[in-house]
Design a protein around this ligand. Structure first.
Ligand SMILES: NC(=O)C1=CN([C@@H]2O[C@H](COP(=O)(O)OP(=O)(O)OC[C@H]3O[C@@H](n4cnc5c(N)ncnc54)[C@H](O)[C@@H]3O)[C@@H](O)[C@H]2O)C=CC1
Ligand SMILES: O=C1O[C@H](COP(=O)(O)O)[C@@H](O)[C@H](O)[C@H]1O
Length: 251
């Protein structure tokens, strides 16, 4: 049974959604290069390590007695430059996986992104964002990154594939859509199609923590009418049962 979870990038938005929903359910160790913000993002009840994920010694130490790692830390900006994504997203992810293997961690849940496959939209937009389109990606397609950030997240998925195949660690790559609090993005069809609510986000990560997995690529969105990412795999493998739908707010 999973009891101890290490959460990298804990001070950010996704970390806040996870801790807000699951803060009482596991023994958390939080890592971020920024100190706790003191805002209402649920960090204060848990052990908190201020460290950069590229610091191998610090990450190795933080990995002790951990069952599962949720790896969120990185540069989340679609417009991020090459130097930043090389350091924070690619090198940092490799460091986290390596330390997880050395510590005997059971599973790593990696925050991947819709931007791994952003160029599938290029020849299909704006129809792809609308309910009249039945086109869906399901995670078996090859990456078509929309930017250098997307390249770095596709690389993170490949890093996870290597460590799974080489060492048999469980890996879930969650291609997260667009997480916003309280309501979906306004006047933004793409964002509404890939909306992930805070409560569905927490539920999805909980499903990842508790499920037996080998290597999975899963789309992380709510049950939006407009969706062009299939959530069938998330339902089948993880038991994901989302409660929210951007159509309830926007259409
Ligand atoms: N928010 C969203 O809608 C989506 C987020 N994601 C991914 O989810 C993860 C979390 O995203 P958000 O919470 O939105 O971003 P955020 O910027 O709110 O949080 C990221 C956190 O990681 C920390 N961090 C960054 N680089 C670090 C490093 N080298 N060492 C230690 N800590 C570091 C930052 O200080 C920050 O607290 C990111 O990997 C992002 O790419 C993917 C798709 C959509
Ligand atoms: O991966 C990410 O994707 C979301 C959605 O992308 P956008 O280009 O439609 O805004 C983004 O908001 C988030 O910052 C990023 O990490």
């Amino acid at each position: 049974m999973v009891t101890s979870v290490l959460l990298t990038g804990a001070a950010g938005r996704v970390g806040s959604a996870i801790l807000g929903g699951l803060g009482q359910d596991y023994d958390w160790r939080l890592i971020d290069r920024e100190p706790p913000t003191g805002k209402d993002n649920h960090q204060s009840d848990h052990e908190y390590v201020v460290a950069d994920i590229t610091d191998k010694d610090a990450i190795r130490e933080a990995m002790e007695d951990v069952d599962v790692v949720i790896h969120l830390a990185g540069d989340p900006r679609p417009e991020a430059g090459w130097d930043s994504v090389i350091t924070n997203n690619i090198d940092g992810t490799h460091t986290v996986f390596e330390a997880a293997i050395d510590a005997g961690v059971e599973k790593v849940i990696f925050a991947s992104s819709n931007h791994v496959v952003g160029h599938y939209e290029t020849e299909r937009k704006p129809d792809i964002y609308r309910t009249s389109s039945d086109f869906q990606l399901d995670g078996t397609e090859l990456p078509r990154p929309s930017n250098r950030y997307g390249i770095s997240k596709a690389t993170g998925e490949i890093i996870g594939r290597f460590f799974h195949d080489e060492y048999d660690i469980g890996v879930v790559c969650l291609r997260i859509g667009n997480l916003t609090k309280d309501h979906p993005p306004i006047d933004y069809e793409r964002g509404q199609a890939m909306w992930l609510s805070y409560r569905d986000c927490a539920h999805l990560f909980d499903c990842c923590i508790t499920s037996d997995v080998d290597y999975e690529i899963i789309y992380g969105i709510s049950d939006n009418d407009r969706k062009y990412y299939s959530i069938d795999r998330a339902h089948e493998v993880l038991g994901y049962d989302p409660q929210d739908n951007s159509a309830d707010y926007t259409d």
